[in-house]
Each structure stands twice: as structure tokens, then as C-alpha cells.
Write a protein that binds this ligand. Structure first.
Ligand SMILES: C[S@@+](CC[C@H](N)C(=O)[O-])C[C@H]1O[C@@H](n2cnc3c(N)ncnc32)[C@H](O)[C@@H]1O
Length: 210
């Protein structure tokens, strides 16, 4: 995709990186985790899978990938230090410390080798990526052949969303059709769908690397 075609994804203002106060707000807001569990349930995790969560926030999906879905290794990439620190503590408390890692990084520059992940997830994270094209290319790079990507974002524009006034409503919506087109240009198979998890309307994108 051209830069122009994806300008709507480059939000051009700093709503993505979380300072300590905003990070703590999201820490408590996301403890319920319905979106995370729904996305993980679509990822078809098997015990030998290495799972990567982009924008892992307070660590919900990383910990659940191990504790609820049986992954041997799960890694969170998260730019906010306070959230990484909180995730390490939560993982230890949940007994997932040995199987989880939380590392500094962004979707646009994943600090991971090529073909290292069987499953990549991103929950309420895509709309924070400053350069979605680069993020998609990074997902394609780190996925192993046969690996899958599942993203889910709460749809705050949906009238059924219980928190229509959430701050996310002010942020640019992700254009999932363009995400699908971006993955297809990278040689992946991709599709979008809608779901509801615990009353939360979600936009979902699933992509598979051949
Ligand atoms: C709304 S929170 C979601 C956190 C978590 N995935 C969850 O559902 O609980 C968005 C997260 O994306 C992170 N983030 C911001 N910019 C990012 C980027 N460019 N790449 C990856 N993550 C980013 C934020 O620090 C924050 O933790």
C-alpha cells in the first residue's frame, strides 16, 4: 500500500504511547479481559506454540495464553514500562512467570527474530500503532510458516457498546479492510469479522501465513 493510501492509519499525534497515569488507567480498565480471551479463543493455541502479544498492556493475553490456553511460551511486547513492570508482577502472582516475558518494543519494530512466533495477537492495540503498514510487515516477518495473527478491537462506534463515551471513541478507527489488503500484499491470507464478548462488540481480523 502507498503511504497516501494508508495516511488514515498514521494518526500523526501521540495517542499511542502511554505515560504512567494513562497506563495505570488502562491497567484497571482492562482487568476484565473479555476481549483478550475472545481473541485467544480464535487463535487455536496448542501447547508447543510461542505466542506473541503486541501492545500487551497489563499482560492479560500473555498470562491467559499460558494459564487458560496452555501455551508453553508467551511474550508481550509493550512500550510502556509501568505496564511491563505490572505484567511481570501479575504473571508471577498467577504462576506464569517462568513461561512469560515482557519486552520493550512497538509493533513497528518488534524486537524479535524472524519466524519466531506461531501465534501473534493484538487486543485493542492496532489503533495505537503509529504505522500500521510497518506493523503488518513486522507481524508477517515474525510469524512462522503456518502461523496465525488475530487482532480484536472494541468497536466504540457500535451503539451497543456499553461505554460509548470511552476515550477510544475519539481515536481514529482501524480500517480492517485495509489491514486485510495489507496482509494480502504481504502474501498472507486474511479476513475480518465481528463478534461480541461479554457485551463488548469487537472487530476481528485473522491472518494466516502460508
Ligand atoms: C488499550 S491498551 C490494550 C492493552 C492490552 N492489549 C489489553 O487488551 O489489555 C493499548 C496498548 O498498546 C500499547 N501501544 C501503544 N503504542 C504501541 C505501538 N506502536 N506498538 C505496540 N503497542 C503499542 C500501549 O502502551 C497500551 O498498552
Amino acid at each position: 500500500m502507498s503511504d497516501t493510501a494508508h495516511d488514515h492509519h498514521r494518526h500523526g499525534h501521540d495517542h499511542g504511547r502511554f505515560g504512567p497515569a494513562k497506563a495505570l488507567f488502562y491497567f484497571f480498565r482492562h482487568l476484565r479481559g473479555a476481549g483478550n480471551r475472545h481473541v485467544l479463543s480464535l487463535a487455536e493455541i496448542t501447547p508447543t506454540d510461542t505466542v506473541l502479544d503486541i501492545g500487551s498492556g497489563p499482560g492479560m493475553a500473555v498470562i491467559d495464553a499460558v494459564k487458560r490456553f496452555g501455551a508453553e511460551h508467551a511474550i508481550g511486547v509493550e512500550p510502556a514500562g509501568v505496564l511491563r513492570a505490572a505484567s511481570v508482577v501479575r504473571a508471577a502472582v498467577r504462576g506464569a512467570g517462568a513461561s512469560t516475558k515482557f519486552i520493550d518494543g512497538t509493533a513497528e519494530a518488534l524486537p524479535m527474530p524472524d519466524a519466531c512466533a506461531d501465534v501473534v495477537v493484538a487486543v485493542n492495540s492496532l489503533h495505537h500503532w503509529e504505522d500500521v503498514d510497518r506493523g503488518l510487515a513486522e507481524v508477517a516477518r515474525v510469524l512462522r510458516p503456518g502461523g496465525r495473527f488475530v487482532a480484536g478491537d472494541e468497536d466504540f462506534s457500535n451503539g451497543d457498546h456499553p461505554r460509548g463515551g470511552d476515550p477510544h471513541a475519539d481515536w481514529p478507527a482501524v480500517d480492517y479492510d485495509r489491514v486485510v489488503a495489507g496482509f494480502e500484499q504481504l502474501g498472507l491470507t486474511a479476513s475480518t469479522s465481528r463478534a461480541t464478548a461479554d457485551d463488548l462488540p469487537l472487530n476481528i481480523v485473522v491472518a494466516t501465513k502460508p
